[in-house]
Each structure stands twice: as structure tokens, then as C-alpha cells.
Design a binder for this molecule. Structure first.
Ligand SMILES: [Zn+2]
Length: 85
């Protein structure tokens, strides 16, 4: 089974930095943490909740989803071609 998951980088809406300090949970738990946990930009020190960061990065996340869907479709087509050979 191919792994379609990708790491999504979140950017600070203010300065574009992608390094954040997790304020409420351990950094490795941040992905599964609720939307209310806070992150501090390591550069400009702005504090955002996870929900705010995801919201402001929404466009790039949607791009990412689209890419994954395209890949899935390509794989599916390949499989179909093999079947009908
Ligand atoms: Zn920043």
C-alpha cells in the first residue's frame, strides 16, 4: 500500500516563517491536538491557535489535497490499463 500522506507545512501569516513553538502540547502531538492549541512563531513571536494557522494556510492545504487526488487517479488509471491489456 502506497503512502499518500504528506507533511503539510504551515506558514506564519505575518512573516511567512514555518518554524513554530508549540505552547500547549508536545510538538510531536501537535498534529492530533485540538484546534485550540496555540503555536508561537519562532521568528516574529506571534501566537496563533492551530485553527487560525490552518485557516490562513487553507489555500496551500487545498492544493496539497488536489495533488494527492491526482496521484490517486493516475495510479487507478494505471491499474485499469493493466487489467485491459
Ligand atoms: Zn511570524
Amino acid at each position: 500500500m502506497k503512502d499518500y500522506s504528506r507533511k503539510i507545512t504551515l506558514y506564519c501569516p505575518l512573516c511567512g516563517n514555518d518554524q513554530f513553538e508549540s505552547l500547549d502540547v508536545a510538538h510531536e502531538d501537535a498534529v492530533d491536538a485540538p484546534d485550540t492549541v496555540r503555536f508561537k512563531c519562532s521568528d516574529c513571536k506571534s501566537v496563533y491557535t492551530k485553527a487560525e494557522l490552518i485557516e490562513s494556510n487553507n489555500e496551500s492545504i487545498e492544493d496539497n489535497i488536489e495533488e494527492v487526488q491526482k496521484e490517486l487517479l493516475k495510479d487507478f488509471e494505471k491499474k485499469l490499463k493493466k487489467i485491459f491489456k
